[in-house]
Design a protein. Sequence first.
Length: 132
Amino acid sequence: DDFMKKYGPIENPEAYNKLTKVWWFFTELGTLVYRGYLTLDDCSHLMGRTPLEIWSQFQTAIEGLRKHYYRNGTGYLTFEYLAKMQYQSLASRSGEKGFKSLLDSIPNVDVPPLSEFEEMNREMLKDFLENR
């Protein structure tokens, strides 16, 4: 609710448009990774952990927007997919030198196991990608 009051499409359309351009960029990038046109490693090489950090910062706001504005809650779904793939990749390497502190520096990431995320969202993701 705070987000909508401050940055909502009605309350502050200029700020909302700027944010959604960034979110849609990462959604498109996530679509490329999901479809296999871009590997997660290549994406991470190009973007660093920026998709994960941005998702972590705006996860609650995006989930709120899904409930109010997007049918079936699919808005920015492949952005979420990309962020969670990056998180899983970092988590799998957390034993390597430097990766644990890197993972700890990313706040507020609610991440179910990737297999659970894919199962929960398989139909929504399919619908989202087919209707674009």
